[in-house]
Design a protein around this ligand. Structure first.
Ligand code: FE2
Length: 607
């Protein structure tokens, strides 16, 4: 049986599930190069169709994650295209009039942002913009026609059911499991709890629209001058610097809004407009205090809620998904609860994984849970071949600025890293989800904290307060992580306190203030070449980890093909990247311009 899963809003994506196994999944942004691109995922589908021709001829079902989508998202692509100022204009032109009891028409007041062809769907044919069923029908009809299949084979899966299925069927936990999903909003819901039935299927125990933590976090992100629904992780990173006495007062503002009562979220103060509400009440507090307070509030709420559910059900293993699961500090505190035995956070807990979750849920509906295989590795995206490498090597910028060294060995890459060089490393199929996990990564020696400044300034243009993260050999995880419950952390979705050894050896890849780290524990079984590279580095230094940050420039998606790396990162005027590895080809920045040299492996030692 073949099921295609799709998601067509923020983080649009496509996933293919064949005979119980997710064989491929990719986000639209990786092709369009627009971060968190939204709308019908045309290029992701075209890629999968090109790779899996036979399977596409025999599609049994197309499962679309999220039943209801709003016209304003499709007509403006607001999440990927809006900057902070655009969200503020939206606030002024649309949301404040709504607060005042007026009834503004979004398409009219935001008309300069509306482009009905942005998302591929024929939006001009919509008669009643507020009719959700009409929008749903347009999506369904368009997708059936695009794939040339009967409309009966195209259906929708509830947003949070997708989150829950992806969370559970991408985790190794199977017994006594509770699945929590929390996000900003999806299908009139912002939090659910599921358990697992004897037949392996999920059962929804709780569903609410009163858990507005995601909303609150989103508007605080905007209030702090960062992009909502994208830069929440920066607020979380900043929160670690907030002094306890600064947090106390702003925390009270949050605590008056929503609270946990037993198994439920309750509303303390009804809020019509979150942005205006918090803007008024938080004025005068320091930026770091606000960040610290919203983070503390989020952690307290989630910890209390999860604890209550675990005690109520007696199920002590937890999986967590939805946008809030990206908050690793909250996950860390949940995982430390004495009531919890084990916890797992999937590789992509945001909406980009709704395509995978939709396919998984539909599989369970049609074939049961028994034959649905858990996802064990994140490398579900496109790869690249010799032709792609050649395309990059013949780019004028590469010809003018780089030497080309063929058949580079992992030992030689490790030697560069030991020498203090920063190496961009691309190989094989790319990762699904927001984290680069060694196949599209920029790597460095984690021992020297000075390298953080070099990467921030010369390559990534990252915010100065954001920490880097390490990839750690699975055999060395105990050396670096304080992890008494032996939680699995293959996707950089869990945080741990650092051991003294980590503080000594991985200085540049831990949070410099609170001394936590968000590791990728690299398993030889799922990424043998990346594992082998870290092993070579360990042989030379004794350190079993590397600093790993995603191979992209700030604000752009992770690079997909070598040519993306050249066009967007390497040739960027603000970037100074000396070494790039494309599979087994090394590009080394040439100090003498306009000089092309091809050097064989045996000559490398003389360089
Ligand atoms: Fe969601």
């Amino acid at each position: 049986m073949v099921i295609l899963g799709l998601h067509d809003n923020h983080g649009a994506s496509a996933a293919l599930l064949v005979d119980g196994k997710v064989v491929a999944a990719v986000e639209e942004e990786r092709f369009t190069r627009l971060k968190m691109d939204s709308g019908f995922p045309k290029m992701a589908i075209d890629y999968l169709r090109g790779q899996y021709k036979e399977e596409f001829r025999n599609l049994d079902y197309v499962a679309i994650g999220c039943v209801y989508q709003s016209l304003k998202d499709f007509a403006t692509k607001r999440y990927p295209l809006f900057g902070i100022k655009d969200f503020l204009i939206e606030e002024e032109k649309f949301w404040i009039p709504v607060l005042e009891g007026k009834n503004p028409n979004y398409m009219d007041v935001m008309k300069e942002y509306v482009n009905s062809s942005l998302c591929h769907y024929p939006l001009d044919t919509i008669k009643n913009p507020s009719n959700h069923n009409e929008i749903r029908k347009i999506r369904q009809t368009f997708i059936a026609e695009y794939l040339n299949i009967p409309i009966e084979k195209v259906g929708f899966v509830d947003h949070h059911a997708c989150h829950a299925h992806h969370a559970y069927f991408s985790s190794p936990l199977r017994k006594d499991v509770l699945i929590f999903t929390i996000d900003g909003w999806g299908d009139f819901t912002n939090a659910t709890v599921h358990s697992v039935e004897k037949n392996g299927e999920l059962k929804c125990l709780y569903r609410t629209e009163n858990c507005h933590i995601g909303h609150v976090y989103r508007f605080i992100t905007m209030l702090l001058g960062m992009k909502p629904a994208e830069h929440e992780y920066k607020v979380m990173g900043l929160a670690a610097y907030a002094k306890e006495h600064y947090i106390r007062e702003p925390l009270k503002v949050f605590e008056q809004t929503y609270y946990v009562d037993g198994l439920e979220f309750k509303i303390g103060t009804p809020i019509k407009n979150h942005y205006q509400y918090f803007k008024k009440r938080l004025e005068g507090f320091r930026f770091d205090a606000i960040a610290g307070a919203v983070q503390r509030y989020t952690e307290n709420m989630l910890v209390q809620w999860v604890k209550n559910w675990v005690e109520h059900t007696g199920f002590s293993n937890v999986v967590f998904s939805g946008g809030l699961a990206l908050n690793i500090k909250a996950s860390k505190r949940i995982s430390e609860l004495p009531q919890i035995k084990d916890m797992f956070v999937c590789m992509a807990s945001g909406d980009e994984s709704l395509s995978i979750g939709a396919a998984q849920k539909k599989w369970v509906d049609l074939a049961g849970a028994a034959e649905l295989q858990p996802i064990t590795a994140p490398y579900l995206g496109p790869g690249f071949d010799e032709k792609d490498i050649k395309e990059a090597l013949t780019h004028p910028f590469v010809r003018d600025h780089y030497k080309i060294i063929e058949k580079i060995s992992l030992v030689d890459i490790a030697k560069l890293l030991v020498r203090g060089e920063i190496v961009a490393f691309m190989m094989s199929n790319m990762e699904f989800g927001p984290r680069a996990l060694g196949h599209r990564s920029i790597l460095a020696d984690p021992r020297d904290e000075k390298i953080v400044r070099v990467i921030n300034e010369a390559i990534k243009n990252r915010d100065f307060w954001m920490p880097f993260t390490p990839s750690i050999l699975e055999e060395r995880a105990e050396d670096y992580l304080i992890n008494p419950k032996k939680l699995k952390a293959p996707y950089m979705t869990m945080a741990f306190d650092a051991t003294q050894k980590a503080k000594d050896e991985l200085k540049a890849a831990i949070h410099p203030y609170d001394m936590t780290l968000r590791p990728q524990v690299v398993m030889k079984k799922y990424s043998p070449r990346y594992h082998a590279l870290i092993r070579e580095f360990e042989c030379l230094t004794g350190v079993g980890g590397l600093l790993n940050t995603s191979f992209n420039i700030h604000g752009k998606p992770i690079v997909r093909k070598p040519i993306d790396a050249i066009r967007e990162v390497i040739s960027h005027e603000l970037v100074d990247l000396k070494y790039v590895v494309l599979d087994d080809v090394l590009l080394e920045k040439n100090m003498a311009r306009k000089q092309k040299t091809i050097i064989k492996q045996e000559q490398l030692a003389e360089l």
